[in-house]
Design a protein around this ligand. Sequence first.
Ligand code: GLU
Length: 597
Amino acid sequence: MRFLPALTALSLTTLGVVAAAPPASAAGAPGLGPTATGYGGAVATVDATATAVGLDVLRKGGNAVDAAIAAAATLGVTEPFSAGIGGGGFFVYYDAKRRSVSTIDGRETGPATMTEDYFIDPADGLPYDFSEARVSGLSVGVPGTVATWEAAARKWGTRSLAEGLRPAARVAERGFGVDATFRQQVADNAAAFGQFDSTREIYLPGGAPPAVGSTLRNPDLADTYRLIAKQGSGVFYRGAIADDLIETVRNPPVADDPTGAWAYPIRPGELTKADLARYRLRFPSPTRSDYRGLTVYGMNTPSSGGIAVSEALNIIEKGLPGSASATEKLHYYLEASALAFADRNRYVGADTSPQTVKQLLSDRWAAQRACRIDPGKALTKPVPPGDITASGCTPTTVGKPVEQGQSTTNLTVADRWGNVVEYTFTIEQTGGNAMVVPDRGFLLNNELTDFNFAPTQGTAADPNLPGPGKRPRSSMSPTIVLKDGKPFLALGSPGGATIITTVLQVLVNRLDLGMTLPEAMAAPRASQRNSAGIQAEPAFRARYGPQLTALGHTFGPDVAELGAATAIEFTRGGGLIASAEPVRRGGGAAAVVRPRR
Ligand code: GLU
């Protein structure tokens, strides 16, 4: 989201930041627009304040990691329903000196006591309704975000985590302007938020969502950031914040007189202080594949993002005829996506073996899957997953597709030395589990609802069932594409399982359909996640619906918008094109250190 003119300007001034991009907002507001071109470093996020904070760090000599941490911490204040220290995420980093891509897996973990039937109601033996599981202590996994920022700062940053948290603490204390997107997110969550005093106090002042144009302050979060700045992540995982977090999970702070009625009982969770103390980041190798002479790096398990994006790209590369029309290209995009989702649902979870990952990313596998695509006729969906033990186009039985929510946020940063950060982080649903940790000012995640509540793969094993200390499968797809070993494009998006298709579609738009990056980002989106109907934005259906329907594709109900991506393209001579959404989720904000004149 992009914040309103006056308050954005105020925030930027108080932060000592001068807007670097020309006025370009869709609403006619001064400040940062969705596209910025130039040199010397760039930032793209969904929010003008966060982008301005990141840009300020770059200008003052910080590197991409320093700027990413400062911007991310700011998003925890201004985009609190999408991401923050109550959640987790995946950090992908290109190190210009080493010319290598590394990742941090800061995904949430389940409690040590978690068993396969964790989300089965003992009263009737059936899975909980999603909303019942979401707004509960059960859904909360150990958050990985504070550990991620601390590790990134130590490993690759030039500034401490304490410095990284400072501007965000200031924004939390002084406040920021509420815009329509923010207000709407509260309104959509009013029944869930209204159950908890601690959440009501901040987000339902006077019992209603804050007015557009009002200033929202979160002094508790400012204090929490300052405490972490002083004492490091220990206070979060083993100290006073850990105590309060566990108390919230095990004894949810339900209000005596809730605002509105919540349809479900609020169940306590099982997480313990020992679970928090035991939390460890992982540093998996990125997924890696080639596409049209470029090298695509993505996030490995427990995310399915890198695997699914790369498998789909490989299938497109194998199958798509050189002379294809735009419709044929989109046909292949949709078919490859459905096939990749079938395989992801069957094979990808936190414990997927490196051997299986390698196989799913191989050209041989892509050929086995691409041979199922008919250039003249869409496959009947859902398509069966492939049998990775067989050769040829051999399907096995059908697995049920799994859907996810629409929260999360993404940011992209590059610095003058050529380092790049692509970072997607989340608290899962918009508003997480709806519980603010009392006196700490941050919402908890409901990430454990990313597990499958019950087996989805028939007689085959389901790779994403709950387990002790296990990480739920994610779709987050922070992606860095290299050309001749140097950054060419970095991108990512929120949007639950649609993250995979949004990242894939922006890549196809840019690399196959000849669009510029800003065009590729703005173009209408469609998502085929191996279900009967394509989920599409109305403009996509209007433009391509007749041609794709003629090929046998079916559309499901339209969806207003898919994703809220950010990206940076690296052009010749050190040029940068920073790109955020022009419209989706209220429009994002891109900036460069030295704008091109
Ligand atoms: N929890 C989701 C995932 O990890 C992201 C949620 C969303 O973007 O809505 O894939």
